[in-house]
Design a binder for this molecule. Structure first.
Ligand SMILES: Nc1ncnc2c1ncn2[C@@H]1O[C@H](COP(=O)(O)OP(=O)(O)OP(=O)(O)O)[C@@H](O)[C@H]1O
Ligand SMILES: [Mg+2]
Length: 325
């Protein structure tokens, strides 16, 4: 799977595994009369894949938007803890225990009132529910844009090979090449993103977020709209990012099987409130979760019954019409 020697760490956080990385502390978010989030508290630990699940409109994307600074909750606080590394080598695929020796002092950042670009600079990277890439640019160019936060010289001068930007560009290119390798995007590096299959575009989006060397990666339905095979591929890439690059992930996903397979922790939202929290096994057995999900299935059954009745009625009307004519 790893086809080249990696030199760069793609992980922006050097906290020891298991320590609190992100604390969402009693946040509430309203849009006019709509309560999108009600008093939500969630702790994401360093080194985890932490899934957020829940029915449509439960508030999952709103929660991610609060973490990344697109929305600002009216109440509560969101804190990110980071630790600088000592500069020791911690390349992709290096053993996690080696990585942990590099811990520096822990710093706590309150994210709640920061604008998105400052939160991104602290190491919170994200992908969107709807793809947000530059479709007229190549895969490589889109990934280089993911590096811009770390560039002292502008992206444009880097692309044009101007002056001192050149050496910097080479450094960034090496890191981007490692992301391309990790996510197996070699074959499409120079293809315009708009020409790629949907599943590959989603992978490019993951790559762009990874190029930021995130402390925390937020993924909003990275497998939405994919068939079973594409989902399996994407799950594999997310696991690679997690296991080889040691990046902590918050993952929103509808497919329960995927979530239960790859997550360390799961938080369940329903109507803006958190109804359960725990390991996949704990959450699966939680009565509130079973009810929220079975409830949704019952609703589906009702809708299907209504549709069947209507179809029957339409067929009957058509038959009568034919008999008359
Ligand atoms: N910008 C906004 N303005 C007004 N209401 C919003 C806004 N964003 C979200 N909401 C409302 O907040 C609630 C939660 O929406 P959200 O998109 O967070 O749900 P979700 O769990 O991500 O759903 P889905 O599974 O469909 O993506 C919904 O009632 C939605 O209409
Ligand atoms: Mg959503």
């Amino acid at each position: 799977m790893l086809t080249r020697a990696y030199q760069h760490s793609l992980r922006g956080s050097h906290l020891p595994a298991g320590q609190p990385l992100l604390e969402v502390d009693n946040i509430s978010l309203r849009f006019g009369g709509v309560k999108a989030l009600r008093d939500i508290s969630i702790t994401v630990s360093e080194g985890d894949i932490h899934a957020i699940i829940g029915p449509n409109g439960a508030g999952k994307s709103s929660l991610l938007n609060c973490i990344s600074g697109l929305y600002h909750p009216q109440e509560g606080e969101i804190r990110l803890h980071t630790a600088a590394g000592s500069g020791a080598t911690e390349a992709v695929g290096a053993h996690r225990a080696d990585a942990e020796r590099a811990d520096g002092p822990v710093r706590t950042h309150t994210l709640t009132k920061l604008p998105p670009y400052k939160i991104a600079r602290l190491g919170v990277a994200r992908s969107f529910q709807n793809i947000e890439l530059f479709s007229a640019m190549t895969v490589l160019e889109n990934l280089m844009l993911g590096r811009h936060i770390h560039m002292k010289k502008g992206v444009l001068s880097s692309m044009l090979w101007v002056g001192p930007a050149r050496r910097q560009e080479i450094e960034h290119r090496q890191l981007v090449e490692e992301v391309i390798d990790l996510l197996q995007l070699q074959a499409v590096r120079n293809t315009h993103v708009g020409a790629l299959a949907y599943g590959v575009q989603k992978r490019v989006e993951l790559g762009r977020a990874l190029c930021l060397q995130p402390a925390l990666l937020l993924l909003d339905e990275p497998m939405a709209g994919m068939n079973a095979e594409e989902k399996e591929d994407m799950a594999r890439y997310i696991l690679d990012v997690h296991e080889l690059a040691h990046v902590s992930v918050v993952l929103i996903e509808h497919d329960m099987n995927v979530v239960m397979d790859i997550s360390d922790q799961v938080s369940v939202l329903d109507f803006g409130a958190k109804i359960a929290d725990g390991t996949p096994d704990e959450v699966k057995a939680d009565p509130a979760v079973i009810e929220a999900y079975l409830g949704a299935e019952d609703e589906d059954a009702e809708v299907q019954e209504a549709v069947a009745l209507m179809e029957e009625q339409v067929a009957q009307d058509a038959a009568e019409e034919e008999n008359r004519g």
